[in-house]
Write a protein of this length. Structure first.
Length: 436
């Protein structure tokens, strides 16, 4: 959950700060915004749930009603929000929600042919973490299962015979979830406990390291190219140098939960990503490594390794500040055009409107929690200037001094928001200089 989760967490921290300042109204305001930004983050973060419960207990008058209304969807699934004082309908809903299990589980010791009794798990239960390194589930198992040490209770004689020597499996089914007025069965899935890398990547383990395995699949294309494996996890990480001094080594990482590899190639001055990508084919990884090492143009690397994705930045070996600024704008515009979030079009409209304004286009752009900001210097030593532009939704933009939009001015179009930001720029701004 990259962006919306981070924004929600920042808002939660603002709510906590307001509570410490003895400002319950401000705390409730920020917590409500945090829940609006990402309900799941607030609902499943213990510290956020605790803050909601504290507000429901501590506030007085109309604020108490608002706090308890917020607490009903946030906390009652965990059985720890008091219902006394709520309107009768809300109290009934709260009690019913508290009684509803978070999930039900059934445990099998024979690859899913038979299961033990169903067990309900509530948010108030004190569950020990699942610990296991067995992976993947035995062949023939159906559905999403995870090897675990959970004891399913007594087995029948037939089950004991069939389960001898097998790893127990955990079947998880989440409760019904209501979204936009429609009740849906949430998808089942495994608890994310990483397997042993040697089990998930037996071919890599046979070579002793990811570097050696990639050398083998490359069929001579990586001969003579130095690679550096991780001493701590040689099966999971390696890197390859480039002949171009302005490129950092290309990082290759194996995934921990499924058989897949990712790459990340950055430039050396700002340490910003130039290329990335994910693939299940180690041969393509080797091709990308060779192209990066040989100093091929960024636009040519995807022809050798089609999984490679370009960030939109281009290389500036001479560190010309104006070119670095142009590169960063190109990255932001590329990134905005590829977003698949519901708020993506609004964010893209904001970036394009800002780029179309010469006063902002001449500044170095950067983002924090998807809030658009500007600097008079390039990375790594930013010198922030001007206000912050935020796309809060369709036809909803703000110009503010904070990334949360506190005290900001609202606008219905990106162009109007950008025009307001330009009016608040300090006079006499010089051309962007090199940060450092």
């Amino acid at each position: 959950m990259p962006s919306m989760e981070r924004r929600s967490r920042v808002l939660v921290e603002l709510a906590r700060a307001q509570r410490q300042r003895k400002d319950p109204a401000g705390a409730l305001h920020w917590m409500s915004r945090a829940y609006k930004a990402s309900p799941e983050t607030v609902r499943y973060t213990p510290s956020a749930r605790g803050l909601v419960a504290d507000l429901a207990k501590e506030t007085r008058g109309p604020l108490k009603t608002d706090a308890r209304h917020l607490g009903t969807p946030v906390r009652c699934a965990h059985g720890d929000l008091p219902t006394r004082g709520l309107p009768q309908g809300d109290a009934v809903t709260a009690r019913r929600t508290a009684e509803r299990p978070l999930m039900t589980i059934r445990v099998s010791r024979n690859s899913g042919r038979t299961f033990g009794p169903q067990q309900a798990v509530h948010g108030s239960d004190d569950l020990a973490p699942l610990v296991s390194s067995a992976w993947p589930p035995p062949a023939g198992a159906t559905g999403a299962r995870l090897a675990t040490d959970v004891d399913p209770g007594p087995l029948s004689d037939g089950e004991q015979d069939r389960s001898a020597g097998r790893t127990p499996q955990l079947w998880m089914t989440r409760p019904m979830r209501r979204t936009h007025g429609v009740t849906r069965q949430a998808q089942s899935g495994p608890v994310p406990i990483p397997p042993d890398p040697a089990v998930l990547y037996p071919d890599i383990a046979a070579h002793g390291s990811l570097s050696a395995a990639l050398q083998a699949v490359a069929e001579g294309r990586l001969t003579g190219i130095p690679m550096v494996s991780s001493e701590a996890e040689p099966l999971m990480f390696t890197s390859v140098e480039s002949t171009l001094r302005h490129r950092n080594p290309l990082q290759i990482n194996a995934w921990h939960h499924e058989r897949r590899w990712s790459i990340r190639g950055t430039e050396s001055f700002q340490d910003l990503k130039l290329v990335g990508g994910t693939t299940e084919d180690p041969v393509q990884i080797a091709a990308a490594m060779r192209a990066w090492h040989d100093g091929e143009a960024l636009s040519d690397i995807p022809r050798d390794a089609p999984f490679v994705h370009l960030s939109g930045r281009f290389e500036v070996p001479d560190l010309d500040p104006s070119r670095l600024t142009e590169s960063e704008w190109h990255h932001l515009r590329t990134e905005a055009s590829e977003l698949e979030y519901p708020w993506g079009p609004a964010y893209q409209a904001l970036v394009e409107a800002a780029h179309a304004e010469p006063a902002l286009r001449n500044l170095y752009p950067f983002t924090s929690h998807w809030a658009l900001r500007f600097s008079a210097k390039t990375r790594p030593g930013l010198a922030v200037v001007g206000p912050i532009l935020i796309a809060q939704g369709v036809d909803e933009y703000s110009v503010s001094k904070t990334i949360t939009g506190t005290g900001g001015v609202q606008f219905s179009t990106a162009r109007d928001a950008v025009a307001a930001a330009v009016r608040h720029l300090p006079p006499g701004l010089a051309p962007v200089t090199l940060g450092g």
